[in-house]
Design a protein around this ligand. Structure first.
Ligand code: AFP
Length: 363
């Protein structure tokens, strides 16, 4: 009976009832976040049919953001929606967004609360114009006790400090996937009632998988353990893995992680030598950390290749980090390869997939 379905709002309230120390402000904040994701879903769906004056996808000024990337209009719209929907409720002391260089101060007209919200308002922007899935990634931290005007340093908390993490994916259906630290649950937006309804309770990543996702065009910049892993996957039944692999690359982390939550696999944007000033492409605070919490809560693993992502001590709010996440056995294998390489015990490997151009060729 559809009216008996569990909506996200009901789920959050019931979760708080079960909590040893209920946090009603968190319930309100999560409800504001889901409202923002509904508004972004509508804006994302307008696409080419958005007309001047369409309040659901208004004309906006774009610029090159703090990441050095040219913003898409939907980047700006999604950021404005997150800020405008979450700033007034009294649950937040501050926000950090991929699209803003400095933390956002809650206007004095609004009360301040005990949480910090860190988010990527629109992940996968390069997919917008080609009608591929994009998403919103968010992470909720506690504001240190007694701090009402948080500075940069108050946001620099490890991923293990997250109170909640989640993402919305705007694909064939809009979904919101959430963890409050006790499992991962997926909610599908029912457009007829405008509510996210529980469709994927207790999501679990299969421990083993034969599907990997990486941007192979960066191969010549990878470290040897990454090339070893990918080479072995490509060799399939002819190589040491003894099984054939499949590959995916959607260029939208949200879509890759969602696929892995549903059917397993490994996603990585590893350290590469393309730009030595950047240890990876993905950002720690609002991409790697929330996704790492979700993946671990679903039984998977999330590593830089040399350490657990959630235990990293952030140095900057926009810092980048290598990301390897997904089915636990595959992540553990790749971590082992990094350790063997660092210890000089790397297995010799030929590289039928990669030719002499590579920086790392050893033969
Ligand atoms: P955009 O939001 O700029 O499109 O970047 C998306 C992303 O941060 C992540 O979602 C993808 O996995 C990754 O970048 C894709 O990077 P490449 O474009 O280098 O493949």
């Amino acid at each position: 009976m559809p009216y008996r379905r569990t909506t996200l709002s009901k789920f959050i309230i019931e979760d708080q009832r079960r909590a040893a120390a209920p946090e009603p402000e968190l319930t309100s904040l999560l409800n504001d976040i889901q409202t923002a994701c509904k508004l972004i879903a509508v804006a994302a769906s307008r696409g080419g049919i958005a007309v001047p004056g369409d309040t659901r996808a208004p004309a906006v000024e774009t610029a090159v953001n703090v990441q050095g990337e040219q913003q898409k209009p939907l980047d700006v719209i999604a950021n404005d929606i997150m800020i405008g929907t979450c700033e007034w409720g009294g649950q937040l002391a501050g926000m950090v967004s991929e699209e803003m260089e400095q933390p956002y101060e809650i206007p004095a007209v609004y009360p301040r609360g005990r949480y910090l919200l860190v988010f990527d308002p629109l992940d996968g922007s390069s997919n917008i114009d080609v009608n591929m899935p994009v998403g919103t990634i968010f992470s909720v931290l506690r504001c240190p006790e007694g701090v009402t005007a948080p500075g940069l340093e108050h946001f620099l908390q490890p991923g293990t400090a997250q109170v909640a993490a989640g993402y919305a994916i705007y694909g064939p259906t809009a979904m919101l996937v959430l963890t409050l630290g006790a499992g991962v649950h997926g909610f599908t937006l029912d457009p007829e009632i405008g509510a996210f309804t529980l469709t994927h309770p207790d999501m679990a990543i299969p421990p083993d998988s034969h599907e990997f996702a990486v941007n192979v065009s960066n191969e010549r910049f990878w470290e040897p353990p990454v090339r070893r892993y990918v080479d072995e996957c490509v060799e399939g039944t002819a190589g040491v893995r003894g099984v054939d692999f499949n590959m995916r690359w959607i260029a939208s982390m949200v879509a890759e992680v969602h696929r892995i939550l549903v059917r397993g696999g490994l996603f990585m944007y590893p350290r590469d030598a393309k730009d030595p000033s950047k240890p990876g492409r993905l950002r720690l605070m609002y991409e790697a950390n929330p996704m790492a919490m979700i993946v671990e809560q679903a039984g998977g693993a999330a590593s830089t290749g040399r350490g657990r992502i959630l235990e990293l001590a952030p140095a900057e709010i926009h810092q980048r980090v290598p990301v390897i996440l997904g089915s636990r056995s595959e992540v553990e294998r790749l971590v082992r390869y990094h350790a063997e390489y660092d210890a000089g015990e790397d297995a010799p490997f030929k590289t039928p997939l990669f030719n002499a151009r590579s920086l790392f060729r050893t033969a």
